[in-house]
Design a protein. Sequence first.
Length: 507
Amino acid sequence: MWPFPKKKSDASTTSGTLFFSNTLSGKKEAFIPIKPGFATMYSCGPTVYSRAHIGNMRAYVFADLVARTLRSSGYHLRHVINITDVGHLTGDSKGDPSIGEDKMEKSAHEQGLRASDIANRYTDLFIEDIKLLNLDTAHILFPRATEYINEQIKMVQELEKKGYTYRTHDGIYYDTSKFADYGKLGGLSDAELKAGDAASLEERINVAAHHRIAENKEKRNPADFALWKFSPPGARRQQEWSSPWGLGFPGWHIECSAMIRALLGTEIDIHTGGIDHIAIHHNNEIAQSEGVFEHPFVRYWMHVAFLNIGGEKVSKSLKNDFYVSDVTERGMHPLALRYFFLQAHYRSPLSFSWDAIAASNEALHRLWKLSAAIHLSAKGVSVSTPAENKMLMLLQDDVGTPQALAYLWEVLRDDEFTAKEKLGVLKVAEPILGLSLMNPPEQARQLTLKELPEDLQSVAAAREKARLSRDFEKADTLREKLATRGYRVEDSPEGPIFTMLPNSAGK
Ligand code: AMP
Ligand code: ZN
């Protein structure tokens, strides 16, 4: 099993109580880990057949916020984000990932590449993107499903031995009627499962579709799903393995169950994902793991609401997807996207627009400037203050990032707080918010006249001269000239201060 990363402080010294909303109980609960001082967390990762979009990014920034809150509260944490590089079928957009084509094989075919090349390309892009959003990738393990085929086969065999499986023409299926608690996540009742009527609850969005699509007529129950699929007769797949049931490949759900067991154990503290995974994928993970282990396997199920555009979920199939690169190509900092996510609570749907990202970009740059000024004026070491405790409590309360951001602005702007106190609050907030507030990027730095490009130094000097002689029209024209080149000028008692405009790299 993967060992816990080393932590400087003693394992037993955790501070404060964390509260998380648990989809399993439908309530906000105090976090009580399996082992005091330690936490294990698994987040369903991307299917690497194409680039992960900004909707997916919301799910990973959320997982990162949970991880950072745990670490800041003193926990040793093992965090796994898996890489799905086989077995995720196209039918899942209609509610059934047991049917359709393998997304990896389809993408490989379309692009004339090997599935492994596709997997490498999109895994690398995924890691690059989440790094730009300040995910601490050095402390996350990214296992690939194809590296755990034996573990998956073993788990299917165990389920087979316990009588949970049956064979059809195209694979080995899980008989959901054999698992008494099937559908317990999100509280799917027997009646709802039978009727397929789940429209009343947002989390159950896919269930109705799921029950209508029972394409494999040999399925015993509509909710049954493939654990192992046979390679189609007469066709060679790029990715296939021999198994006790013949040549084939694993179902998507078994991958997570097997990797969790191999890397984190048979019971873990936290499992995260988007709300679209509750109804099917996560109920199926529970059916598999608890079917084998015969005890609960996840203590806290945490789910993030959708990032939407115009009322529709951001998704590849709806063709309304944007990427981290779209943010940077518009001249904005990638952390503007992170700031935008943090403004909403993770359980609330969030509506994307370019105006909102531009506003986040502006706000983040202002925050960087405020933080940089505090670093300059705060002398000495900060002492623990009520404001710092309040900041930590806001974040420990179910990852309360909107409240924490609002409080951060309040403290930084309010002169009732000393520079030292402000710095203390920044030091508590930043390790969780992850907005680079302790080391703002170059754009946030105040520049002297001499640091401007040479030809702009005379423009800036001429503007100052015009301003002092009250020729405001000329001063404004010259200010505009600086702005078109990406520099903002502000007047202070000490003279003009220059900064780069948020959307500019300076020219
Ligand atoms: P997928 O590759 O579709 O399995 O998605 C990877 C992760 O992103 C899962 O946790 C999904 O629930 C999540 N996800 C997908 N689309 C969105 C969205 N529009 N908003 C928030 N999370 C999403
Ligand atoms: Zn999963």
